[in-house]
Design a protein around this ligand. Sequence first.
Ligand code: MN
Length: 226
Amino acid sequence: MRILVTNDDGIYSPGLEALATVAARFGEVRVVAPDVEQSAVGHAITIQRPLKYHRTRLGDFEAYRVNGTPADCVALGLHHWDGADLVLSGINLGSNVGHDVWHSGTVAAAKQATFHGVRAAAFSLALNGDDPDFAAVQSYVETVIRLLLEFQRSFLVNVNLPQHPIGLCWTRQSVREYNGWVVEGADPMGRRHYWFAAKPLTDPEDTAHGHKLRFCPSTFSDKIGI
Ligand code: MN
């Protein structure tokens, strides 16, 4: 099993190595990820300039940093590896729920894999102000991957992990609204600049429409449509 791992936080984000570490329990791992953070670039691809690879050190993994977007990394990685059996994206620093999904480079990387006919999953970790503890969620990531690999058909799954998971359940994509607005400021030279900012207007929806589900493999299987 060949597993391509990427993210949108950049190749040196700790979530990427955490995901690659779990992925390595299932097969051969290759990491191809952006050289700098590409959060919120969505499904952008680079067509106005060439892309370049550089081999880089990331633990014991074969890893390459790319001067492109997450979707570029997946396209390039699959091209040079002559495909893969699975693409994993993340673990993103911050959840990807509601409208986040439209902007997310993490989810877009997984989506790009499906364009190539490769099964894919995106993983994101909710932040609560403390340093993220990826070790605490790695067993859940492993469980999700193992369950997904039971299915032969193509899939694109967006996985959101709380800091302290208590189980797994399927849910629909929420529609969380944000109050995106532009904040005007000035740089030290007095030149105007603008920051795009957004805060959620609503709390996250309750899991599975208000029902907290225990981990339930049969439910997991049923909802994937097999
Ligand atoms: Mn990100």
